[in-house]
Design a protein around this ligand. Sequence first.
Ligand code: ASP
Length: 309
Amino acid sequence: MNTFSIAIHGGAGTLVKGIMTPDLEAKYRADLKNTIDQGYAILEKGGTAIEAVEQAVKILEDSPLFNAGKGSVFTATGSYEMDASIMDGNTLNAGAVSLINGIKNPISLARDVMEKSEHVFLAGDGAMQFAKQLDYKLEDDAYFYDEFRHKQWLEIKDTDSFQLDHSTKKDSKFGTVGAVACDKDGNTAAATSTGGMTNKKWGRVGDSPMIGAGNYANNKTCAISCTGSGEFFIRGVVAYDVACLIEHKNLSLREASEEVINNRILELGGDGGLIAVDAKGNIAMPFNTEGMYRGFKTSRGQEEVSIYK
Ligand code: ASP
């Protein structure tokens, strides 16, 4: 039987230990562990990689600790605009949504775009009409509200600045969430979901819903979910770049993902990290920031939940 495995992230950045209380850190660790265990249980029962990554991301979206679903950051007008994408490494089918609001689990809408529409990417009002047609229940803004993120927004509201989740002048943290998995049949999948950046305007969309930039899966090479400064990850076509280095330069999963995160994206000026899995269940989780909320579990008995380097 193929080694099966799952890896997740809850964002990368300057996760300075000093601003994290022991209590809060325990909450983050508990949510990450619970997410891995539930995703892994799906794979163990013979579920598909797509099922596992969707479920893992839903759990992270439901936690207010992360910038996706409940707890998403505020836009310049005080609203929520969420982005998500999912890709099946076996069929190369993909689905993505951006600039949506009121949807409890954006990742499920992305999966529905993949499976129930002729399209790959639906945005804004159109994506909302699609959700309505599928009878999605809409949550009001109060459901997504998180006091900490509201305070963050009030600090820069009415200015031209926009910032990554939890960033202060010096410290930044990206709270996007993602999952990658390889199932018992050796099929891979990737899923990514985010509220984007605090105080973003003009319909700004980052890398998370963009296939090839923030999310990609192909059994031939790897499945990837990214977190970081989206503008740079888009320009670096980061997720697909890792796959290309494996396919065309014969690099291993680890070599390819480290090359992109520690060299190529840094040279462009971007920071962040990614999680990656291949069809043999190998995992890599490089990041060029101080920390990245992350975890993984494999059928070889390896398991880890970590935050800092
Ligand atoms: N990559 C996301 C974006 O630019 C942010 C993040 O990773 O938290 O929207």
